[in-house]
Every structure is written in structure tokens, then in C-alpha cells.
Ligand binder design. Sequence first.
Ligand code: HEM
Length: 482
Amino acid sequence: METVAVFVYIFLFLSTLLSCYPFVRKRRREAKRVSKLPPGSMGWPYVGETLQMYSQDPNVFFAAKEKRYGEIFKSRILGYPSVMLASPEAAKFVLVTHAHLFKPTYPRGKEKMIGPSALFFHQGHYHTHLRKLVKISLAPQTIKKLIPDIEAIAISSLESWVANNGQVINTYNEMKKFSFDVGILSIFGHLDGSHREKLKKNYLTVNKGYNSFPTNIPGTAYHKALLARKRLSKIVSEIICQRKEKRIVEKDLLGYLLNFKDEKGQILTEDQIADNIIGVLFAAQDTTASVLTWILKYLQDNQKLLEAVKAEQKVIYESYTAGGKRSLTWADTKNMPLTYRLILESLRMASIISFTFREAVVDVEYKGYLIPKGWKVMPLFRNIHHNPEFFSDPKKFDPSRFEVAPKPNTFMPFGNGVHTCPGNELSKLEILILIHHLLTNFRWEVVGSQSGIQYGPFPVPQQGLPARFWKESKSSTSTKPD
Ligand code: HEM
């Protein structure tokens, strides 16, 4: 009986093997067929074309490559063989339809600095859980309740810029303080002043070290940043402890993270909570601040547009002040079509996140080209946003182009697919609120000639757009300082 069973097993095993053989051969033939790498040049050994990319504007570098090789090309950047993709279909392939074949990838130093458990380094179950929590904390029904607090932060920021009677400020640095405070609000709700100051001080040190050379030697910016990063985790632990003692259950990001339990009843560790809080602050601050800085620059360069946006904001201001109200409502923020288009066009024009990084987890074929396992893959958002096929006369700043919705997958300032930005509504809301108060009660002028772009790491106008702010008097004559 046993001998019969052994024969049956051998028969089944061999027949399975034989039936698979044609497929194995077919897959081998296919692998051979798609062994063609995309066109492009890999540059020098190891460094590749990193120096060429950074010695010129990276946007110019990628635009020149696209012109020469087309929408898919290879290069070696920062030591990694990479494939760049400059078409909406390719970006969709990597970020949406075949996202499981490409994992998020960041340099190890950066991952360590932000915190390895932050959601954007992950894929699969853990990412899905964390993303749900971050999304709820940033959903419209949650953030609409933050409007009065965001307004208070916007007004006090603007007041502080005029306080020094005409002193020139670095617009980008001031916008960073504003977006940091809004980030803290959405994560912790009303946080006490002492913890807020401690977070701000240490976060600033981390931010400085984040883009410095990763040498962990005492005295270097990187080393100081790592120490500050440890202190940030401690501060978050203190805040958690305080909440637990007071048995406070808040509907902010920290509240959602603290109350989370997965299907096995597992809760998040304090390290996981701290990494995600610092990750969200990181994702929220410089991005929003650089877009705001660009908006001021574009308005300054387009005086007619400035007047039109101002007129739109004055109507809203007069409607609520006439009704005796003192602040904006969610409905008001949804009734600013021109200002909204100004934001969209600024996001397109500046494309502050000009590309993102993924890594192929297996050999992937795309349009007859091989993207080998382990290669970096970079969807080039900026190239797509500046392609005349999708945005006519792309160098022209023209918010009216957004009167018609862009074609699908051609406008991705907040990314696309499983990692698309969960903070996009909050960032637009805080921009609308700041612009509303700036244009209805204040004026500004940019100091010096401002062409040129600086990278830190996001593109911002040279020197952070030095500017002078003053309050507009209600008799509509401005009280510009001498
Ligand atoms: C104008 C401002 C902003 C821009 C342009 C922006 C852009 C982006 C982009 C392009 C991505 C996707 C990156 C990728 O796929 O690799 C992203 C992800 C993310 N953003 Fe934003 N963002 C902004 C503001 C914010 C704000 C205000 C927050 C939070 C308060 C935030 C939180 C996040 C998080 C947590 C992720 C990771 C999502 C995930 O991996 O699932 N962002 N952002």
C-alpha cells in the first residue's frame, strides 16, 4: 500500500514539474526579451552623474535628460543606479497600479534622523494602519475645527513680522515658524508653552543637521542633530505621560496613535509614536513654508493678480465683519476660487517636491525596458508639471489654467497612490488662512532683486525672499514705515 502511495506522489510531482516546464521556459525567454535597460548614461563609477546634477539646477539636469532620451532614462545618482520616469503613465505605474513592486527608500542617515518607524519608510500592514490614523487626524471634519486656532497663529505671525517697524525678515524662515506651529496644533492640540518651546528648539537643531554630511563626530551639525533627535523622543514621552496621568482623550494625531490597537490587540510603542509624530512634523513644515514663500513671490511679480486675489479676500472679510463675526468659517475657505487656483498654480510652477524615490523589489518590465531589482526609480513630478503637452506655456504663471481640471495623473504636487500626502487639505487650509489675513490687513514688499533659487532641500527664492511687512491702515492708506 505504502509503495503505491510513494508512486502516486512521484507521479504527481513529476507531472507538476513537467506541466510547469513550458512556463519556466517562457519566463526565461521573457526575461531575455526585456533585458534592455532604458537609454541614458551612468557617468563615473560610483558617483555617477551626481556632480553634474548638483553643479547645475537639478530641474535643468532632468529636463535636459528628458529632451535627449525621452520619458524614461537611466543614470547613477548619489551612488545608486536609477531609472527616471517623466510621463504620467509611468508615474501612475510606479506609485499606483504597481506600487507593490516598488518600496519607499531613503538614505539611512535620513531614516535614522526622522525615526525608522515613521510611516513613509514602510509598506504593507504597518503602513496601512499608521496611514489610517494620520489620515483621520488630518481629514476635513477634523481640521475644520482648527480654523480659529490656525487664524490665531496666522495673525500673531503677521503681527510679529511688523513688530520691528520695517525690519527686513527672511520670509521662508518665518513661514517655517508658522507651519511648525500649525503642525504642532494638528498633532498635539493645545500643547503647553513649555513643551512647545522645547520641541521647537530641538526640532530646529534636527532640521539643521538633516541636510548636513552624515558624520557622527562630536561638534558636527549631524552629531548635534542626532542628540537633539533623542531629546525630541524624550519630550514626546513626557507629553504622553502627562496625557495618561490626566486621562485626557483628544481627537488629535497623538490621541489616535495612543488609542490604536491592531487586530491582535497590539498597541504602538512609544518609539513608534515618537517616530511618526516627528515624521509628520518633518513632512508638514518645510513643504508648506516653501510653497507659501513662492506664493508671496509670485504675487509680488504679478501685481494685477495680487489686486484680484486681494479683492476676492476683501469681499469675504467684509461679509463676515459686517455680520459681526470675527473669524473665517470652513465655508468661507471653500469660497475663494481665485486664491485656490493661485495655490494650485504655485504648486505646479514651483513643484517643490520635484521627484520622489522608490526602489524596485523585483526585476520589473516597463514599456519593453528592464528596471532591475534594487535600482532606484524616480517619478519626475516637475518634468510632468512643466510639460507643454499637459500645461500649455508651462513657464507662464497663470492660475486660470486651473479653471479646467488637469488631465488625470498630470498634476501630482502631493504625490499619487498609496503614499499620497495625507496633509494636503491641511496645508491648503493654512495657506488660505494666512493669505486671507495677509491680504486683508497687511502689505509687504520684497527687498532686493529676487531671481534665482536656493535649495534647502526644497527650492525657495534666493535668501528665503527677504521682505518687509507692515499693517494696512483701515483708511486704506498704508502705514508703511520709512
Ligand atoms: C504644500 C505642502 C505639502 C506638499 C507639497 C507635500 C507633498 C507630499 C508628497 C509629494 C508626498 C508623497 C511622497 C512620496 O510619495 O514619496 C507626501 C507625503 C506625506 N506628507 Fe505631505 N506635503 C505637504 C504638506 C504636508 C502636511 C501639512 C502634512 C501633515 C500635517 C504632510 C504629511 C505627509 C505624510 C505623513 C506623508 C507620507 C504619507 C505616506 O507615506 O503614506 N504633508 N507629501
